[in-house]
Design a protein around this ligand. Structure first.
Ligand code: LLP
Length: 390
């Protein structure tokens, strides 16, 4: 699998020398390229990057400079957005079961909240919101695994179309503008069909609302190829079909996270142990959780040598038998000290990292005008900064 733009074996070796491992290395050019492809596919839409995929404010800033708005799920993401220069009116907030205090904070910052319950609507109105959105379950769900399907039967996200109409009425009655109808069907689908169907359904729902909102947000979920030879989602075709289905007088909002950032990044990790058919590296599920959590596949290459090739399982340093980043991969026979690169790790990589086993959070580097450290590696001591011993 090809490395992201402007990243080659030497760049990665240089990053590892200067900043150590494990480190996430992101290509700014690839992020811009994916944004531009999406812009071409959805020329009139508001492209609202879902910050949860990668919240590094430098990456948020880069996307903002390209013209992205921001979807957030927590106060933390709103603050990350502010740090990157997003104004309240450039952000939306769509969360499940947030606390009333957090909702009030977010409203205060001028961010439009998409509520998904009557209780949330009351909290947001009480907090003085003059605009509010409603998240609806469009009855369609899709995703790379059950854990990430958020629409359709049995999903806990979003209200029914009837309740959405009632919540719109409630907002109007309270003198607020119901400015958005929102839906998100799930994450990582690779065919246009489910999102097109959800768009059709959303437009029908809009027809039954007391007022047409300024925005109709069809959510994100656009998948990317993780394996060599996997067909990418045809975003141009998706854009065309969604635009054909979109027959209401509102601004279309698309809200992808993964699509914009996943392919921009490699995780660089160093080999510490080589055994019989298994190699131990310095990144485990504390650094890249997706393989352990979803059985997700990330392509891996040995950047330090090309041959001879053999099959290996790749294990992390966490003291659990399940700590593998990959199984049965053909890679150039590693030696201790070699650098391995895990691909397509820009989405749900760093953001899902933890301090399990008291290993500090990894570093992040941006390749744009040269190599730039955009998040220092946490130190061992920093992990304990909030601990009270007396
Ligand atoms: N909008 C909402 C309301 C969402 O909940 C999500 C993702 C997105 C947009 C963006 O979805 P995307 O375009 O990135 O697929 N940790 C999982 C993915 C969880 C996605 C959760 N919601 C993974 O690593 O695959």
């Amino acid at each position: 699998m090809e490395l992201p733009e402007d990243i080659d074996d030497d760049t990665v070796a240089d990053v590892a020398d200067r900043h150590g491992t494990p480190t996430y290395v992101t290509s700014a050019a690839t992020v811009r390229d994916r944004f531009d492809r999406l812009r071409d596919a959805f020329p009139d839409a508001r492209i609202q990057y879902a910050a949860k995929a990668n919240t590094n404010p430098r990456i948020l800033r880069l996307l903002r400079e390209r013209g992205a708005a921001l979807d957030t799920v927590s106060l933390g993401e709103v603050v990350a957005g502010e740090r990157a220069g997003f104004g309240g009116d450039e952000m939306m907030y769509t969360s499940y079961a947030p606390s009333p205090d957090e909702l009030a904070e977010v409203v205060d910052r001028g961010v439009l909240v998409n509520v998904d319950s009557a209780g949330q609507m009351e909290t947001v109105l009480e907090a003085g919101a003059d605009r509010v959105g409603v998240r609806v379950n469009p009855g369609v769900g899709a995703g790379h695994s059950d854990e990430v399907v958020t629409g359709g039967k049995g999903a806990r996200f979003g209200v029914s179309p009837d309740e959405a109409a009632a919540l719109f009425e409630r907002a109007v009655g309270a003198g607020a503008d119901p400015a958005c109808l929102h839906a998100h069907i799930g994450s990582g689908f690779t065919e246009p069909e489910p999102l097109v169907r959800a768009t059709e359904r959303l437009c029908e729902v809009v027809g039954d609302l007391p007022v047409t909102p300024e925005y109709v947000d069809i959510g994100g979920g656009l998948g990317v190829p993780y394996r060599e030879g996997e067909e990418p989602l045809d975003v141009a075709a998706l854009g065309e079909q969604v635009r054909d289905a979109f027959n209401v007088d509102a601004t279309l909002v698309v809200e992808p996270g993964r699509y914009l950032v996943a392919e921009s990044t490699v995780l660089v990790t160093r080999v510490n142990t080589v055994g019989d058919g298994v190699v131990g590296v310095d990144a485990g599920f504390n650094v890249l959780l997706r393989p352990a959590m979803y059985d997700a596949y990330h392509a891996v290459t040995n950047l330090s040598r090309d041959f001879p090739v053999a099959e290996y399982d790749i294990a992390g340093p966490i003291c659990e038998s399940g700590d593998y980043l990959a199984h049965g991969r053909e890679i150039a026979k590693p030696r201790e000290g070699d650098l391995l690169a895990f691909q397509t790790t820009g989405a749900y990589g760093f953001v899902m990292a933890s301090r399990y086993n008291s290993r500090p959070l990894p570093a992040e580097v941006l390749i744009d005008d040269g190599i730039e450290l955009i998040r220092e590696r946490e130190t061992v001591e920093e992990q304990f900064r909030n601990v009270k011993l007396d």
